[in-house]
Ligand binder design. Structure first.
Ligand code: IMP
Ligand code: MG
Length: 181
């Protein structure tokens, strides 16, 4: 895809690279959960793309559910306030849950979510994050499955947005600072 230089500074992770990495990660997940059943939880909206790509690679019995948390609004900096906008449709008691998130930045959203999910007595809860920005971490949080560790750049595409735009781009791209400055 041809991107406008005014909006997109560069491609950080191409779609082909993402697909190859998901092959590896999902092979690992299929091994780790062999003989069990998985509940895959998609964190709306940013994770929809990676969620659909992961789902198609899961070879063990699974079901899906969706959750939405408050995040950035239209700025590129985290407010630190986390709220559940849409909860799961079903209980998770006794279930093996794999949460699928687009990116872990400060870690506050996932820290809050995991503390909340633990109170519902699941058999296990793990986190798959397509992207990880460890240099921005403000709380102690580690994803169990990480696609790519990236530098402190604001990225869009492959589900990730800036002010609800750019989710449709096939690649993970660095947003031109001109867009938000
Ligand atoms: P955290 O609570 O600071 O870890 O924020 C995580 C959420 O912020 C993610 O689910 C994204 O929605 C959003 N976010 C963080 N960094 C970026 C980015 O570089 N591009 C787009 N969204 C981001
Ligand atoms: Mg998100």
């Amino acid at each position: 895809m041809q991107y406008s230089k005014d909006e997109i500074q560069s491609v950080l992770v191409s779609n082909a690279t993402i697909q190859a990495r998901l092959d590896e990660l999902c092979a690992q997940i299929n091994r780790d959960y062999k003989g069990r059943e998985l509940l895959l939880v998609c964190i709306l909206k940013g994770a929809v793309t990676v969620f659909a790509d992961v789902l198609r690679r899961i070879e063990i019995p699974c079901s899906i559910d969706f959750m939405a948390l408050s995040s950035y609004g239209s700025s590129s900096k985290s407010s630190g306030v986390v709220r559940i906008l849409k909860d799961l449709d079903h209980g998770i008691e006794g279930k093996d849950v794999l949460v699928i998130e687009d990116i872990v930045d400060s870690g506050m959203s996932m820290k809050y979510l995991f503390e909340n999910l633990e109170t519902r007595s699941p058999a296990s809860v793990k986190l798959l994050a397509l992207l990880d920005k460890p240099s921005r971490r403000r709380v102690d949080l580690k994803a169990d499955y990480v696609g790519f560790t990236i530098p402190d750049e604001f990225v869009v595409g492959y589900g990730l947005d800036f002010a609800e735009k750019y989710r449709n781009l096939p690649d993970v791209c660095i947003l031109s600072p001109k867009v938000y400055e």
